[in-house]
Ligand binder design. Structure first.
Ligand code: HEC
Ligand code: HEC
Ligand code: HEC
Ligand code: HEC
Ligand code: HEC
Ligand code: HEC
Ligand code: HEC
Ligand code: HEC
Ligand code: HEC
Ligand code: HEC
Length: 335
């Protein structure tokens, strides 16, 4: 079953990733990597640097790292702002070593860049990197956990939307999550046509800030289609908020469970009350409860009984069948 194997992977991955969250226990910036790179971090004293790389590389991988304090000497503004972001915590990561710490956790070893007096060709630049390269960098630390387990092959990744299309480690516009823009504007910057759906008469209040795109979607990718999340129990995301619709009921209305909420509702917004797909309820019901004999095309739904004349009285099916999402008392959903 895909469901159980996913749940299993969730457990395994989160186990591996716990250590990153647990880093915040040390004290100050570790002096060791800095010391080992002292000669490189003093630009004036490293005149013969041009010939250095070949000599340095084999001797010690760690000596290519200079530590964030060295970067600060020339990039003080960036450093000071960065120090207030969650990435500052990486400087406390003793286990990961210098390649997982500070500026160089993202930009790679900086010794040659420093020795070259700020040579841009000797350091990893995000602006000129490909989506694949960018994502691979970020994923060296963010591959764990359920949220990112499908990021490598997500629809966004496939379409060259990289981590830094949405996140900016240095110039974020939001307090949380280092976003280049707050939602929903972030998403509308590329999905403008979706905006009008949330302006329809009946809609989830996304533009009003009550519900977010990411409540229903995982922009980092999902197993299922359309990057739609599943709930913690691997069910429809809708149940995370509409818990009363989940049941289990003694008498389930089959399409709610089998075809899902979106067989009757438009998830973003629409012109019909309750965001229904059809403008009046009985037309919706009769899409399935129509043929005289249950058949595969209508999902085996029985026809409305013959005493259901099409007179006005029977026009609103939910007048009588008002527990349409399921009932514990009545097989025809009266109560
Ligand atoms: C989490 C990864 C990450 C870390 C850590 C990081 N950077 Fe960056 N850096 C980036 C990205 C991505 C960009 C591209 C601009 C952006 O998206 O903010 C960038 C851009 C830059 C630039 C280009 C100028 C600019 O303002 O965009 C400089 C300089 C720079 N970083 C220096 C540093 C220094 C110094 C540190 C440590 C204090 C550091 N970076 C830590 C990811 C990182
Ligand atoms: C000796 C001073 C010095 C030190 C130390 C230094 N840099 Fe730089 N860095 C520069 C200069 C100067 C530039 C601008 C080069 C240019 O614009 O051509 C630069 C450019 C950069 C850029 C590219 C900015 C852009 O415009 O895209 C990045 C990224 C960067 N540095 C990161 C780092 C990191 C990370 C460290 C620490 C490992 C570091 N620098 C340490 C001087 C320094
Ligand atoms: C060297 C490891 C490392 C790398 C590489 C790295 N991160 Fe992080 N990132 C962290 C850590 C550690 C945290 C803090 C986690 C925490 O607070 O529990 C973090 C937090 C974040 C957060 C959450 C911020 C918040 O407000 O909660 C975002 C977003 C993020 N990183 C994006 C990125 C992006 C984008 C890249 C690539 C440009 C990247 N990271 C590269 C280690 C890393
Ligand atoms: C299409 C936009 C988009 C892309 C692409 C994207 N993110 Fe995010 N990311 C978000 C948004 C929005 C949030 C806030 C999520 C929320 O509100 O639940 C977030 C949250 C995060 C967080 C913190 C929350 C958590 O549970 O981990 C991290 C870390 C993160 N992103 C890293 C990344 C990395 C790494 C990549 C690239 C592989 C990436 N993101 C690509 C939009 C994006
Ligand atoms: C930098 C542009 C960009 C940003 C920002 C962006 N997207 Fe996308 N998104 C795309 C592209 C390109 C595709 C793939 C083509 C398509 O289906 O439109 C896509 C696809 C999707 C899909 C899947 C569509 C399908 O048919 O399978 C969803 C869902 C989605 N994005 C949601 C979001 C959400 C939610 C946000 C905000 C957190 C967001 N996107 C931000 C560019 C972006
Ligand atoms: C209440 C949950 C919910 C919210 C909130 C939500 N979506 Fe969706 N979205 C869905 C579902 C469910 C689908 C799949 C519809 C289908 O398969 O017919 C979907 C489909 C999509 C698609 C691909 C199909 C299409 O219609 O083109 C995109 C793109 C998308 N959403 C973007 C967004 C953006 C952007 C936001 C925020 C502005 C957002 N969604 C908010 C539930 C939601
Ligand atoms: C068979 C079609 C159908 C399916 C499937 C369906 N609904 Fe409904 N839903 C309706 C109808 C019809 C109404 C209007 C009821 C009325 O007129 O009293 C409604 C009303 C609602 C309402 C507003 C009134 C209320 O009862 O709270 C919510 C919320 C809702 N549905 C959520 C959901 C969710 C969540 C799912 C998936 C678990 C779902 N629906 C699946 C037909 C359906
Ligand atoms: C993040 C929480 C959240 C999620 C997830 C969510 N909803 Fe909603 N939904 C709401 C809220 C809050 C309202 C009430 C809207 C209002 O009053 O503006 C609502 C209203 C509705 C209504 C209209 C109720 C009425 O009385 O007219 C329907 C139908 C509905 N949701 C269906 C869905 C479906 C289908 C999904 C899954 C695709 C879903 N919801 C996912 C929060 C959520
Ligand atoms: C997507 C197709 C579909 C739609 C739309 C739909 N139903 Fe159903 N309905 C079914 C199926 C399938 C069954 C289960 C038949 C079974 O259990 O044999 C069912 C069962 C029922 C039953 C119970 C029948 C019994 O004897 O067990 C009633 C009553 C009912 N639906 C009423 C409605 C009403 C009222 C609406 C409109 C609000 C509606 N249905 C919309 C497919 C649908
Ligand atoms: C005035 C009340 C009322 C209205 C309105 C109503 N029904 Fe019924 N419905 C009933 C009764 C009574 C039964 C029989 C219940 C029983 O057998 O216990 C029934 C049974 C059903 C059954 C079950 C048939 C079976 O073979 O098990 C379906 C399906 C159904 N109705 C669909 C609909 C549809 C579709 C509409 C709207 C066009 C509708 N109903 C409107 C009262 C109503």
């Amino acid at each position: 079953m895909p469901t159980s194997s996913r749940a299993f992977r969730v457990l395994v991955f989160s186990g591996i990733f716990v250590f990153v969250g647990a880093l915040a226990s040390g004290q100050a910036h570790p002096p060791v990597p800095e010391k080992s790179a002292q000669s490189a971090s003093a630009p004036a004293a490293s005149a013969p640097a041009a010939s250095a790389p070949a000599a340095v590389a084999p001797s010690s991988e760690a000596s290519k790292y200079v530590g964030a304090q060295t970067c600060k000497t020339c990039h003080e503004e960036i450093y000071n702002a960065w120090e207030k972001t969650p990435h500052w915590k990486t400087t406390l990561n003793k286990e990961g070593g210098p390649s997982k710490q500070g500026c160089e956790g993202c930009h790679g070893p900086g010794a040659d860049h420093v020795a070259g007096g700020g040579d841009k060709t000797k350091i990893f630049l995000f602006e000129s990197a490909s989506t694949k390269e960018i994502n691979a960098r970020c994923m060296t630390c963010h591959a764990g956990g359920t949220e990112h387990m499908n990021a490598i092959n997500s629809i966004h990744t496939q379409n060259n939307v990289s981590c830094i299309s949405c996140h900016s480690p240095h110039h974020a516009q939001t307090k949380e999550f280092l976003l280049v823009k707050a939602q929903p504007e972030l998403c509308y910057s590329c999905h403008l046509q979706k905006k009008s759906e949330f302006e329809m008469p009946f809609h989830h209040r996304v533009n009003e800030g009550l519900v977010q795109c990411t409540d229903c979607h995982n922009p980092h990718g999902t197993v299922g289609p359309k990057q739609v999340r599943t709930s913690a129990t691997q069910d429809a995301v809708c149940f995370t908020c509409h818990t009363d619709k989940q049941g289990p009921y003694v008498f389930e209305h089959e399409p709610v469970k089998v075809e899902g909420c979106t067989s009757c509702h438009i998830p973003h917004g629409g012109a019909n009350v309750h965001m229904l797909r059809v403008s009046n309820v009985n037309l919706l019901c009769l899409q399935c409860h129509t043929s005289s004999a249950p058949n595969a095309k209508t999902g085996g739904a029985p026809a409305a009984p013959s005493f259901h004349s099409q007179e006005t009285f029977f026009k609103s099916c939910t007048l009588c069948h008002n527990q349409i999402h399921g009932s514990n008392f009545d097989p025809t959903f009266f109560k």
